[in-house]
Design a protein around this ligand. Structure first.
Ligand code: NAD
Ligand code: UDP
Length: 321
C-alpha cells in the first residue's frame, strides 16, 4: 500500500509514469493497466514515440499528458504511485542531449519526488547499472559504489542517475517519502527504437538488412540482457515491497559482444559479416548483475532465455526495418 493511509478515496489505484511513451515506460504502463491501475503517463517525446502508446487510445484508465517533467508537475487528482522512468537511456541519445539528460535526472527527479511527497504516494526511480560505471567488482552487487568518470562522455547519464538516487534517499530520510530504487541492467524487447544505437536494435537491424554487424573494440566486453517482461515484473514487485534501498534487476546470463553478434546472425539467418569499430570511451568492460537480493526479497528471477526473447524482439524489428 502507499506510504500513508488515505480515507475517502476511490479504491482504484492511480499510478503516474514519467517517460510513458518510452520503451520501458510503455511496457510498465501496460502492466499497470492490466493489474487494474489508472495510469497517467507523462512524456515530452525527446526519445520516446507516440507509437508506443497508440494502442492505449480510448482506454478510459489511461490519460496522457505531453510534458517535460523537469518543469513543475501539477495533477489535480489523488496519486498512489509515481514511477519515474523519464530519461534518455541509450549512449547515443544521451551523448546527443547531455544537458537534457542531466536535467531530467536532477530537476525531473526533483519534480517527480515533489509530486510523490504532496500526494503521499510511493515513488520509484528507474536507476541503472551505469551507476557502477566501468565496474571493478564483478558481478555487481548493490553495495558496490562504482567507478565512474564524472567528466567523460557517459558522465552526464551516470552522474544524473547517481544524483537521482541521492535525491531519492534525501526525500526518504527528510520527508519520509516511501521510495524504491531499481538498478536496471541492459534490457531489450519490442518498442526499442531501431536507431537508438543500443546494441540489440543495432545488431538486429544490421542483420536483417544483411549489413555489416558493427562490433565495438574487440568485442570482448560483456553485457547481460534481460527480456522486458521479466524486468517489468521485477520492478512491479519491488514497488509493492517494503524495501527502500537499491535493488538490481536484470538477467545474470553474461555474454561478450562478439558472441552476441554471432548469436544475432544465427537467429536471423543473416548473411552479415562482423566488422570491428573503435570502442567508445569509458565503455564498461564487463557487466553482470548479482541478483541475490532480488531473488530473496522479491522471489523474482528472469524466466525468458535470450534465445526466446530474441525471437520476439526480432519479430518486432522485422516490421520496422
Ligand atoms: P526510452 O528513451 O525509450 O524512454 C525514456 C522516455 O523518457 C522517452 O519516452 C522520453 O521521451 C522520455 N523523457 C526523457 N526526458 C523527458 C523529460 N524531461 N520529460 C518527459 N519525458 C522525458 O528509454 P528506456 O529504455 O525506456 O529507459 C527508461 C528508463 O529506464 C530510463 O530512466 C533509463 O535510464 C532506465 N534504464 C533503462 C535501461 C534499459 O536497458 N532499457 C537500463 C537502465 C536504466
Ligand atoms: N556495441 C557494439 N556495437 C554497436 C553498439 C554497441 O559493439 O553497434 C557495444 C557497446 O560498445 C557496448 C555494448 O555493445 O559494449 C552495449 O552497448 P549499448 O549501447 O547497448 O549499452 P551500454 O550497456 O553500453 O549502455
Amino acid at each position: 500500500m502507499p506510504s500513508k493511509a488515505k480515507t475517502n478515496r476511490n479504491p482504484q489505484l492511480t499510478s503516474v509514469v514519467t517517460g510513458a511513451a518510452g520503451f520501458l515506460g510503455s511496457h510498465l504502463t501496460d502492466l499497470l493497466l492490466a493489474r487494474g491501475h489508472k495510469v497517467i503517463g507523462l512524456d515530452n517525446f525527446i526519445t520516446g514515440s507516440v507509437d508506443n502508446i497508440a494502442h492505449l487510445g480510448g482506454n478510459r484508465n489511461f490519460k496522457f499528458i505531453e510534458q517535460d517533467v523537469t518543469e513543475f508537475i501539477f495533477l489535480d487528482c489523488p496519486v498512489d504511485y509515481v514511477w519515474h522512468f523519464a530519461s534518455p537511456a541509450s549512449p547515443i541519445d544521451y551523448l546527443n542531449v547531455p544537458i537534457q539528460t542531466l536535467k531530467v535526472g536532477s530537476l525531473g527527479t526533483h519534480k517527480a519526488l515533489g509530486l510523490a511527497k504532496i500526494k503521499s504516494a510511493r515513488f520509484l526511480i528507474a536507476s541503472t547499472s551505469e551507476i557502477y560505471g566501468d565496474p571493478l567488482v564483478h558481478p555487481q552487487t548493490e553495495d558496490y559504489w562504482g567507478n565512474v568518470n564524472t567528466i567523460g562522455p557517459r558522465g552526464c547519464y551516470d552522474e544524473a542517475k547517481r544524483f537521482a538516487e541521492a535525491l531519492t534517499m534525501a526525500y526518504h530520510r527528510e520527508h519520509q517519502v516511501a521510495t524504491r530504487i531499481v538498478r536496471i541492467f541492459n534490457t531489450y524487447g519490442p518498442r526499442m527504437r531501431l536507431n537508438d544505437g543500443r546494441v540489440v536494435p543495432a545488431f538486429v537491424s544490421q542483420a536483417l538488412t544483411n549489413k555489416p554487424i558493427t562490433v565495438f573494440g574487440k568485442g570482448t566486453q560483456t553485457r547481460s540482457f534481460c527480456y522486458v517482461s521479466d524486468l517489468i515484473e521485477g520492478i512491479y514487485r519491488l514497488m509493492m515491497s517494503d524495501y527502500d534501498l537499491p535493488v538490481n534487476i536484470g538477467n545474470p546470463k553474461e555474454i561478450t559482444m562478439l558472441q552476441f553478434a554471432e548469436a544475432i546472425i544465427q537467429a536471423t539467418g543473416s548473411r552479415s559479416k562482423i566488422v570491428f569499430k573503435p570502442l567508445p570511451q569509458d565503455d564498461p568492460k564487463q557487466r553482470k548483475p548479482d541478483i541475490t537480493l532480488a531473488r530473496k526479497l522479491l522471489k523474482w528471477e528472469p524466466k525468458v532465455p535470450l534465445a526466446d526473447g530474441l525471437v520476439k524482439a526480432i519479430a518486432y524489428f522485422c516490421n520496422k526495418v
